[in-house]
Design a protein around this ligand. Structure first.
Ligand code: P1T
Length: 380
């Protein structure tokens, strides 16, 4: 079955109890047992819930993976993946990451004796030099949040495999519609399903997908033990979003290409980061490992921070807000919003300037979006 068919059908067969065509919201914490030790596959909703099972199966299918797990947030999904590690283990992570992931790594997981080295994942020497005898995992986002830098998943996977290190890829920005890291050699894929997968800015969630049964069983055990699971209604909302993932991603991509080109040619713009522009330093890699370029753009306005602030507060359709991937367009200021948890000197080292703005280009009419940015830019 093709992607858009799987998004609508996998895990979502008619309900066996009632025939309901749409997966019901099994709003129950517990299940009446037939007799001691005998049940219908569910005993307690932290361990498993039929609405969650539907979502988990669908997520696995969309990533071409065998096993899926759903979580209460993207950060909960990341934490669960990290629970594969032990005190004393080391992780090599990319140097441009969602601020909340950086905070989880540097301010929480280090308390448990896990250490991190952040490197430019576009530099194989830097990756190889960062790998230590206790390195157990490589963690990448590609494209990165918010600089839209790419990392060659197949190449990093070759390095990881040669050293018996796990490769985890946060695929939130592309969604499985445009990029499938497992097919490029990754062991684990992570999503903030809050974003494109849910798609309507109305639910927080996370997902983990793998085809490695051993890793799956370990992470299923920690999912149940830690308990950061999504409720049935959140799973249902996410599934409802997934049904239109394919058509939404096509529109995000089309609109973002138009907006990126508009910004590129605008006299008040200093720099545009978008993997779908030929000027992007990794445009060829983008075409090789992705089947589209997505809806995320970051850019700098001439005149620095002050001009940037004016633009971010002058847009009318682009709401000034954290998050991304919903049908509505958003504008954000990473340095004070999504990436404020990263110390300024670390941000500057990787090129995340105070003046950078980020767009999540929605699926409104393209002309309206461009007109909105045009009027906002006329303020500087
Ligand atoms: O917010 P949550 O569902 O917990 O997801 C965390 C997360 C993980 N990975 C990536 C690449 C992300 O972008 C995020 C969340 N990001 C934002 C809220 C943001 O505005 O960038």
């Amino acid at each position: 079955m093709h992607f858009s068919t799987r998004a609508i059908h996998v895990g979502q067969e008619a309900d066996t109890a009632t025939g309901a065509t749409i997966v019901p919201i099994y709003q129950t914490s517990t299940y009446t047992q037939e007799e001691i030790g005998k049940n219908k596959g569910y005993d307690y909703s932290r361990a498993g819930n039929p609405t969650r099972t539907a979502l988990e199966k669908c997520l696995a299918s969309l990533e071409d993976g065998k096993f899926g797990l759903a979580f209460a947030s993207g950060c909960a999904a990341t934490t669960n993946v990290m629970s594969l590690l032990r005190s004393g283990d080391h992780v090599v992570a990319c140097d441009d990451l969602y601020g909340g992931t950086y905070r989880l790594f540097e301010q929480v997981l280090t308390r448990f004796g896990i250490t991190f080295t952040f490197v430019d994942m576009n530099n194989n020497d830097a990756i190889n030099n960062a790998i230590q005898s206790n390195t157990k995992m490589i963690w990448i986002e590609t494209p990165t949040n918010p600089l839209l830098k790419l990392c060659d998943i197949a190449e990093v996977s070759t390095i990881a495999k040669s050293k018996k290190i796990l490769l985890a890829v946060d695929n939130t920005f592309m969604s499985p519609y445009f990029q499938k890291p497992l097919n490029l050699g990754a062991d684990i894929v992570v999503h903030s399903t809050t974003k494109y997968i849910g798609g309507h800015s109305d639910v927080i969630g996370g997902g983990v997908i793998t085809s490695n049964e051993e890793l799956y069983l370990d992470m299923k055990f920690t999912q149940k033990s830690i308990g950061a699971v999504p409720g049935p209604f959140d799973c249902w909302l996410t599934l409802r979003g997934i049904k239109t993932l394919a058509i939404r991603m096509k529109e995000h991509n089309k609109n973002a290409i138009a907006v990126a080109n508009f910004l590129l040619n605008h006299p008040k713009i200093e720099k545009v980061n978008y993997p779908g522009l030929e000027s992007h330093p990794q445009y060829e890699l983008a075409k090789k490992q992705m089947t589209g370029f997505g809806g995320m753009i970051s850019f700098e306005v001439k005149g620095g921070l002050e001009s940037g602030k004016k633009v971010a507060t002058a847009t009318k359709l682009f709401a000034l807000a954290e998050s991304l991937g919903g049908v509505e367009s958003l504008i954000g200021h990473p340095a004070t919003m999504t990436h404020a948890a990263i110390p300024r000197e670390e941000r500057l080292k990787v090129g995340l300037k105070d003046s950078l703005l980020r767009l999540s280009v929605g699926i409104e009419d393209q002309e309206d979006l461009i007109n909105d940015l045009d009027q906002a830019l006329s303020n500087v």
